[in-house]
Ligand binder design. Structure first.
Ligand code: MLT
Ligand code: ZN
Length: 471
């Protein structure tokens, strides 16, 4: 480790690397760039640097390592697990200036983009070339590709297209040791032992900083229809899923409860029909031929006849499809002002009804004052359980009770072989839960991997695992 630097000397050296105007230290900037959407605690980084090149990122990381300072990588900061929170004097490295799509290869159907490229920018770039970048979610207008890779972002079309991991054919990483790794280089076939690229995907900035990636694109999807259905009971979800999977080609299968519907309607959206039901599902299916459209209608009618479905609507225009999508995609924003306690759980899709019934039962008997808002990507077995704070509880007391409830909920997750974080990542929020679904040998291997990439332990400390003591 080099000579100790005072805060001021360190910031001066950071400015020397990135340029005076590309380093911020004002209180509002530190708060803004030092947090994500979890608003877990008050952020308190030392400075925010905006490098313009990979070389500058290398220099920043090497400087931080030699000065024993921690680094928190920052993308669009749309995360929900505290993975981008900077709480104790870290250097935040924000990738906003590295936002260029550098190359397009029509034969490989791939693009090379810098980490700060916004998801919607990549989607539009693909569309302009008659192609499609399929990973999509409500935050795609601000989330960045580097952050999507670091968190292996999922979203609404995972049942057809998978998570971000599936679309990363190359990744350039500046490790915590300041080395530049150019992993997989866009290759389709590369069977040379451990695939380090896949270790980087989902590593939440704990191994290094993603500076560039080769992202695969695909052919544009066929025209689609969106179907929103009201269900009388949860078990019907499985029947509806089976019926539509057999008759249609699905690109999304989402779910939300009446409590979620109420919240999104209160935020300005319109109910799709008069029927009030405990649960709703939203499906997107290919509607490119008359026979596919007929099959969707026939399936809908069958679901009504079987009494699985109480009511429903099939979109007749792009505008109506977008409106139906907003009922699902608007839920998170609609709930945000209520500061819900967020869980992001998964089991295999067929276990969803059992899982949800068991969690409801635990909450009903031990926490009758909790209101539960269920929604999520039910086709992937991924449920976002949001708990609303009872009025009489302080925020601190509410959190304490949620943590206590989690013990019981995680036991259910564990008994079904599920996951405590389906798509939001571990960050700060779920690190205590990791031991529920990862064995001690697995956790020991994670620690070894972390120290191989980040020997000084400076990269996003405390995220995923508390690799540096909290105090
Ligand atoms: C969603 O599915 O809406 C997102 O993951 C955000 C959330 O869970 O609130
Ligand atoms: Zn989600």
């Amino acid at each position: 480790m080099g000579a100790e630097l005072t805060d001021l000397d360190f910031i001066r050296r950071v400015r020397g690397i990135c340029g005076q105007k590309n380093v911020l230290t004002g209180t509002a900037d530190l708060e803004f760039f030092g947090s994500d959407r979890t608003r877990l605690a008050t952020p308190a980084p030392l400075a925010v640097a905006f490098p313009g090149t990979t070389e500058q990122v290398v220099d920043l990381v090497r400087l931080a390592a030699s000065a024993g300072r921690s680094v928190v990588p920052s993308g669009g900061r749309t995360g929900l697990s505290g993975g981008a929170m900077a709480l104790r004097g870290e250097l935040v490295i924000a990738m906003d200036r590295m936002n260029t799509i550098k190359a397009f290869d029509a034969i490989n159907q791939s693009v090379v983009c810098q980490a700060g490229v916004v998801t919607a920018q990549l989607q539009a770039y693909a569309r302009d070339r008659g192609l499609f970048y399929p990973v999509d979610f409500a935050a795609s207008g601000s989330s960045q590709i580097g952050g999507n890779i670091a968190t292996n972002a999922g979203g609404i079309r995972v049942i057809r297209y998978g998570m971000t991991r599936q679309w990363v054919s190359g990744v350039k990483l500046v490790t915590g040791g300041g080395d530049v790794l150019d992993l997989n280089r866009g290759l389709t076939k590369n069977n040379t032992g451990y695939d380090l690229r896949h270790l980087v995907v989902g590593s939440e900035g704990t191994l290094g900083i993603v500076v560039e990636a080769t992202m695969q694109l695909t052919t544009s999807p066929p025209p689609s229809s969106v179907v929103c259905l009201a269900l009388a009971k949860l078990d019907a979800v499985m029947e509806v899923s089976r019926a539509f999977k057999a008759s249609s080609s699905l690109s999304a299968f989402e779910f939300f409860s009446e409590a979620a519907m109420k919240a999104v309607v209160a935020s300005g959206e319109t109910r799709p029909f008069d029927t009030i039901a405990p649960f709703y599902v939203l499906l997107e299916l290919d509607a490119d031929t008359e026979s596919r459209v007929d099959a969707a209608f026939n399936c809908f009618e069958r679901c009504v006849r079987e009494a699985w479905v109480m009511d429903g609507v099939i979109s007749q225009s792009g505008e109506q499809a977008a409106r139906l999508w907003r009922l699902r995609e608007g839920i998170s924003e609609a709930l945000a002002p209520l500061q819900p306690y967020k869980n992001d759980l998964s089991v295999t899709p067929s276990q969803v009804p059992v899982f949800l019934a068991e969690v409801e039962e635990v909450c009903r008997s031990h926490y009758p004052d909790f209101s539960l808002v269920w929604y999520g990507h039910i086709g992937d077995g991924n449920l976002h359980l949001n708990v609303l704070k009872p009025e009489q509880l302080t925020a601190a007391a509410f959190h304490e009770r949620c943590n206590e409830a989690n013990e019981k909920i995680y036991q259910i997750v564990q008994s079904l072989g599920g996951s405590v974080s389906a798509e939001h990542g571990v960050g700060l929020l779920k690190r205590g839960a990791l031991a529920r679904t990862s064995t001690p040998p697995e956790l020991a291997i994670l620690r070894h991997i972390k120290s191989a990439f980040d020997p000084s332990g400076i990269m996003n400390p405390g995220k995923i695992m508390p690799t540096i003591p909290d105090s």
